[in-house]
Design a protein around this ligand. Structure first.
Ligand code: FES
Length: 317
């Protein structure tokens, strides 16, 4: 079973930067779209089982429009190519969501770090932070100035010079995260979205900050080695079933095969749809949705990729 899908229509399309277009989506036939909060993403169903997740970068107060901005990735797997070539005003398509695993936690002060198209979930977060009177700054990097989308929109939210630092790599080199973050300060949260290298650098730069300071979002699957994977038992308490998960199958596959209805979408640990509560046992987390603190808390797991540390898991299914 998959999450609810709705039919939308492309109402507007704009070039935002080199290889970046934004699309405004309306509900096909008119009417309100499901509500969302900053950090949320939707999944576009692009045909032939191609499903891609894009952050919403418009205004949550506009109940009739969703906006996404999409970078065309020539070396990608074809999803962004389809968006760029096939989605023009008037095109109808199916979308799932919105879902949010990157919500803006209330804080007095925010430090935002964007790499390239990673600016998209941060723009509505910054709008909210600014509206709530929180202190905020943004460090925004990209390959070149002309490749960086939404710069003017984010600058328009700044109340003073220096609040938004735009740092194209060809002019300024790599982002200097330690200089931007400064010393750990209580009450500050760091939100970072961008390529894997930037997320890893942010993790390193926030190592001395209080746990839970850094919030990141990645749509890239975790590259987990499957070597050494073993089978284990999974009890589905609500269904009254106990199943054996073989070493070469996922919990999700096993559960679906047993005829248990479960929500799922990406099957690669990036969308959060299959999140399931753990009642007993310890998960071997391999998703890119849960934060490290959430993984350590062990209350839930993404059953499409995560496995079991030990012989047995009990799930709330
Ligand atoms: S189905 Fe997307 S995280 Fe499991």
């Amino acid at each position: 079973m998959s999450v609810e899908e709705i039919e939308v229509v492309v109402a507007d399309r704009r070039a935002e930067a080199d290889a970046v277009v934004s699309l405004t989506l309306h509900r096909a036939g008119g009417g309100e779209l499901p509500p969302w909060t900053p950090g949320a993403h939707v999944e576009l169903l692009l045909g032939d089982d191609v499903v891609r997740q894009y952050s919403l970068c418009g205004d949550p107060a506009d109940g009739k429009s969703w906006r996404i901005a999409v970078l065309r990735e020539p070396g990608g797997r074809g999803g962004s190519d389809r968006v760029h070539t096939a989605l023009t005003p008037g095109t109808e398509l199916r979308v799932r969501g919105p879902r949010n695993h990157f919500g803006l936690v209330p804080a007095k002060r925010y430090l935002f770090v964007a790499g390239g198209i990673g600016i998209t979930p941060l723009l509505p977060m910054i709008r909210q932070a600014a509206a709530e009177g929180a202190e905020w700054r943004l460090l925004y990097g990209g390959r070149t100035r002309s490749s960086m989308a939404l710069v003017e929109e984010v600058r328009a939210l700044a109340a003073h010079d220096g609040q938004v630092s735009v740092r194209p790599q060809d002019e300024n080199g790599l982002l200097d995260l330690p200089a931007f973050l400064g010393d750990p300060e209580p009450g500050t949260l760091v939100y970072c979205c961008g390529p894997e290298g930037l997320l890893a650098a942010a993790e390193g730069a926030c190592a001395d900050w209080p746990p839970g300071t850094l919030h990141t979002e990645s749509f890239a699957p975790v590259a987990a080695s499957r070597e050494g994977d073993t089978g284990f038992e999974v009890e589905l308490r609500a269904s009254g079933l106990t199943l054996r998960v073989p070493s070469d199958r996922s919990v999700l596959d096993t559960v679906v095969e047993a005829g248990v209805q479960v929500l799922y979408s990406c099957t690669e640990g990036t969308c959060g749809t299959c999140e399931t509560d753990i009642l007993e046992g310890e998960a071997d987390h391999r998703d890119s949705v849960l934060t490290q603190a959430e993984q350590e808390a062990g209350q839930s797991m993404m059953i499409c990729v995560s496995r079991c540390r030990g012989p047995r898991l009990v799930l709330d299914l």
